[in-house]
Design a protein around this ligand. Structure first.
Ligand SMILES: [Zn+2]
Length: 449
């Protein structure tokens, strides 16, 4: 497979310039690997999240939604294994105070011995022994800052779902198999974050836990694996940039019976990386919470008269990573026939594009701006539009191409007498003349799929 080009640097610049993504606290010099979503970024992210919610919750009778809190009882993280097991071994340099993962390939020699060399300052014998470092962010609940009041920012949304399993099941009267889905923030104190919004310490998850009868779990695992790949293809991500990665026995998390990642080819040195994980977690989580809480988390099946702790098949998407995949996948530079200047296009699926249509008067006179403003005000009731009357018309088209706007509507000399406009397609560059009254019908169906 040909190596995909590395467009990350260009995207970081485009995202800042056009208001997709800004560095957090930029005026203070920035916060490491934390990012803010600007006006266009938040629209794109919401469109992506709403698409997932619709596919996973609204359009299905067997999945319920949930929005559990970020702060949870600290015992949750003992039960889940995050307090004991969610650790990375790290080494510190006494000389330069830098911190490294113990398995950093740049470290020469064994940390803690005189021959070990620091990869940053080059000193020998200054690296301490590897120490366990927990990836959870800690804070205190209430006024006392002591060990009894420690709480954690959740490192995943899934545990909020498990502890609510019976609340949801009993309040909705769902029968197994059924699922619980949620979208929310999670936090991990990553040692090596980076690659723009790919790996960050504060991020979002779109997770669904599907509760099934033990013995049917692999069947459901296969079902969800295929469903989730289909969903990613439906976002417009190129099929040859998507693949499954199966976790080998030594890669499997302690709770997992089987795991596949959906990987996307981000190009350059990043290459194929996980954007979603599909996991068969067995009864690990519910059993652990039964043990630690002392409360039964069993399901009673009236039809078979059986009582059991369900198995869980989890699908966990990183929306921030998927958003980055959409940008990487959509970014292209093209030459335009008959024009000296080329164009940058963000080939986003119209349904995901932050702006659906640009509306322009060809020139700023003869009643054209008034008519264009009226059209944009009217269309704005149905979808997001952007009115622009500054600069040459070609530049206005380019500005919309660059942010992925699928349609540009232009009011010209003929518009006032005939009540028509031209509609330009972002990808084909073809223009069609359409009655103003038919605009909503024309664009509407083209931006839903
Ligand atoms: Zn050092």
């Amino acid at each position: 497979m040909p190596n995909q080009p590395d467009v990350m640097e260009k995207l970081v610049s485009l995202c800042k310039r056009r208001g997709f993504i800004f560095q957090s606290s930029e005026i203070y010099g920035g916060t490491g690997s934390v990012w803010d979503y600007g006006p266009l970024g938040v629209e794109l992210k919401r469109n992506l999240q709403e698409r997932w919610w619709k596919a996973m919750v609204r359009s299905r009778s067997d999945i319920e939604g949930l929005d559990s809190a970020i702060l949870m009882h600290p015992r949750v993280w003992e039960a889940s294994g995050h307090i004991g097991g969610f650790v990375d071994p790290l080494v510190d340099c006494r000389n330069c105070k830098k911190r490294f993962r113990a398995d950093d390939p740049r470290i020469k020699g064994t940390p803690g011995t005189p021959d070990a060399q620091c990869p940053a300052c080059g000193m020998k014998g200054t690296l301490g022994e590897a120490r366990q470092f927990n990836l959870m962010f800690k804070t205190f609940m209430g006024p006392a800052e002591d060990s009894a009041s420690i709480v954690y920012l959740r490192p995943e949304t899934a545990q909020g779902t498990y502890v609510n399993f019976l609340n949801v099941q009993q309040s909705t009267r769902q029968r197994i198999p059924f699922g619980i889905a949620q979208i929310g923030k999670a936090f991990r104190n990553e040692i090596t974050p980076g690659n723009f919004i790919f790996r960050t310490r504060e991020f979002e998850q779109m997770e669904m836990q599907f509760f099934v009868e033990p013995g049917t779990d692999m069947q459901w695992f296969e079902y969800w694996k295929e469903e989730r790949m289909k969903w990613h293809r439906g976002l417009g991500l190129a099929p040859d940039r998507l693949e499954f990665h199966q976790h080998r026995a030594d890669e499997l998390a302690h709770y997992a019976r089987a795991a596949f990642d959906v990987q996307f080819d981000f190009g350059g040195t990043l290459g194929f990386q996980e954007i979603e994980g599909i996991h068969n977690r067995g009864d690990f989580d519910l059993t652990q919470h039964q043990k630690f809480s002392g409360k039964k988390l069993e399901y009673f099946d009236h039809a078979s008269n059986k009582r059991y702790v369900p198995f869980v098949v989890e699908t966990a998407v990183g929306p921030n990573r998927t958003l980055l995949a959409l940008l990487v996948n959509g970014y292209r530079e093209e030459s335009v026939e008959g024009e000296a200047e080329g164009r940058v296009v963000l080939g986003l699926l119209p349904a995901l594009a932050p702006i659906k249509a640009g509306v322009f008067p060809l020139v700023k006179k003869d009643g054209m701006p008034e008519m264009a403003k009226k059209i944009s005000d009217d269309l704005r009731k149905a979808f997001s539009v952007f009115y622009d009357d500054s600069g040459a018309i070609g530049r206005r088209y380019r500005r919309q191409d660059e942010v992925g706007t699928p349609f540009c509507i232009t009011v010209d000399g003929e518009s006032l007498s005939a009540n028509t406009v031209t509609v330009r397609d972002r990808d084909t560059l073809k223009q069609e003349r359409i009655s103003v009254d038919a605009l909503k019908e024309y664009i509407g169906p083209r931006i839903v799929e």
